[in-house]
Design a protein around this ligand. Structure first.
Ligand SMILES: [Zn+2]
Length: 86
């Protein structure tokens, strides 16, 4: 198995959706290939963090400030790029 072949199967691998035969190919590739091993490790950790992360509602105040900041940033950028066009 090549790295490209592994990458094509990676999502299924994480979902546990690969055939046993393919799974053993993947495992032997991961033993040989440090690059893919690191990739799998990093992705696993990302998934773990994502799953453990609790979703919580922003308070009205925080949301309002966030919106204002985003709008200010967008407006600021726009006025820079459109300077002298008024
Ligand atoms: Zn690889």
């Amino acid at each position: 198995m090549t790295c490209t072949e592994f990458l094509a199967q990676m999502t299924d691998y994480f979902d546990g959706q690969v055939e046993p035969e393919l799974l053993s190919e993947i495992k032997s590739h991961l033993c040989e290939c440090h690059h893919c091993e690191v990739l799998v490790d990093t992705t696993r950790q990302t998934i773990r963090v994502y799953r453990n992360h609790e979703v919580y509602d922003l308070t009205e105040d925080v949301r309002e400030r966030a919106v204002q900041r985003i709008l200010a940033a967008c407006t600021g950028r726009k006025s820079v790029s459109a300077s002298g066009q008024r």
